[in-house]
Design a protein around this ligand. Structure first.
Ligand code: SF4
Length: 437
């Protein structure tokens, strides 16, 4: 399952499993493949476990922030895997530190373990209700509490979370692609916003946390982050991306010979665009699949190097042609400038850059590592200026209205990084988060 979720984080991977009544922990920097052999042979006697792949958002990277986190505390052995960002973590952390709490990591996830340990409630359900009450923001959690599995989705529903059952065993994963790895007959469902599922020797039961003022599924999961063969928020990611591409073509009158995706992030939107625009689709850029994902690497130098290692235009396809280049979104513009340059070097006559997301204008704060406002190119330039900056002939974005028109339940989503309407305040008071309302 962790192999199937590798696209969600490549900096570190880890597992915690039960063996002989105790929790064992193995966390490593790097990808799942570096640890899989040891994990498969070392956990044969285990009765249950949780795992995590991480890319750093709050708190930075490094082994001390690798997850799952595991502690012995007043409530027993508790291990935690967290997807998302707690948007009021700085205030909570400061309050806990004033009261004498000692933190071993700089990630916001450790807060949750402190709140659990300090709760005066009794029993897992009451403790979770009490400990999670002060949290704001995004938290899809998978916890191993002694032998009990607890899966939690925050009341806003920012990040996806699913549960499946097969042969009496429960499986929880962020995306359904990880559950497909268990075989075709798997029966699965979405864990609902605010739902807490507990699985122990008596079976499965669930309860709900108090509702949030609104739902806020992250639309960026559909645009970019989730794997296309997954269903998240009840939508096929594959189909949603094609619809976004079709919408992008709907109001575009550019004359071109080819639609070329930036592989793999632009593949499906390009397919939808080409079909709607009636322009031939070609894989005019070859991707080296042995190089990593550029967006997910933490430094600019690493991202630029990754692009050069990863993407190679095919001169026989793009030479002398007018190309519509489709990608999912535009962050700093650095990657697009490199790709447009590579296409022109390969002989493309014109390059028209099309993005299947609106203009990114703000950071996230709920678990996607979008940089500071000052680094976002759409905060500094209009599409004409961006075109000149990246070397493209024209640049166009999907509008928020058109994006919403392609979703089954548009009012249930967060679009804050595009429209500035943050579903819950981000009060972390430092760095990129300080700029949010
Ligand atoms: S701000 Fe953007 S990336 Fe963050 S949860 Fe909202 S839609 Fe997703």
């Amino acid at each position: 399952m962790l192999f199937a979720l590798q696209h969600r984080g490549q900096e570190s991977a880890g597992i915690v499993w039960t063996e002989g009544g105790a929790h064992k922990v193995d966390r490593r920097l790097g990808m799942v493949s570096g640890a899989a052999d040891a994990w498969l042979s070392g956990t044969a006697a285990s009765t249950g476990g949780i795992g995590h792949v991480r890319y750093s958002t709050a708190g930075g990277g490094g082994i001390r922030n690798a997850q799952p986190l595991a502690v012995e505390c007043s409530k027993g052995s508790v291990a935690l895997a967290h997807n998302g960002n707690i948007s009021n973590s700085a205030a909570l952390r400061a309050a806990l530190t004033r009261e004498g709490a000692i933190f071993q990591s700089s990630s916001d996830s450790e807060l949750i373990l402190h709140l659990i340990s300090r709760s005066r409630a009794r029993g897992i359900e009451a403790i979770l209700r009490d400990a999670l009450a002060p949290l704001e923001g995004a938290y899809s959690l998978c916890m191993l509490w002694g032998d009990t599995l607890a899966a939690v989705r925050d009341p806003w529903g920012f990040r996806p979370l699913h549960i499946a059952e097969k042969d009496g065993v429960r499986y929880v994963a962020s995306e359904t692609c990880a559950l497909h790895a268990l075989g075709p007959s798997i029966s699965q469902r979405e864990i609902l916003p605010g739902e807490v599922v507990l699985v122990d020797e008596d079976g499965e039961r669930s309860f709900f946390l108090p509702p949030a003022p609104r739902r806020a599924r992250c639309v960026f999961e559909l645009i970019y982050f989730a794997r296309p063969d997954s269903r998240v928020f009840g939508e096929s990611v594959h189909a949603a991306r094609e619809r976004f591409g079709e919408a992008l073509a709907e109001r575009d009158d550019v004359e071109a010979d080819l639609v070329v995706p930036v592989p793999d992030s632009g593949n499906l939107a390009a397919l939808g665009y080409a079909r709607r625009a009636g322009i031939p689709f070609e894989f005019g850029i070859t991707r080296n699949h042995y190089a990593g994902r550029s967006f997910i690497l933490p430094t600019r130098a690493e991202r630029e190097f990754a692009v050069r290692m990863k993407l190679h235009p095919v001169p026989e396809i793009v030479g002398g042609r007018r190309v519509v280049l489709v990608d999912d979104s535009l962050v700093r513009g650095t990657t697009s400038r490199l790709i447009v340059g590579l296409l022109k070097e390969a002989g493309a006559r014109e390059v028209h850059l099309r993005l299947s997301a609106p203009e990114l204008t703000g950071p996230c704060g709920y678990g996607i590592d979008i940089p500071d406002r000052s680094e976002l190119i759409s905060n500094r330039m209009n599409p004409g200026q961006i075109a000149r900056h990246v070397g493209a002939d024209t640049v166009r974005f999907l509008t928020t209205d058109l994006l919403k028109s392609r979703l089954a339940e548009p009012s249930e989503y967060c679009y804050a990084c595009f429209d500035g309407d943050y579903p819950c305040p981000i009060r972390n008071g430092e760095g990129k988060d300080a700029t949010c309302p």
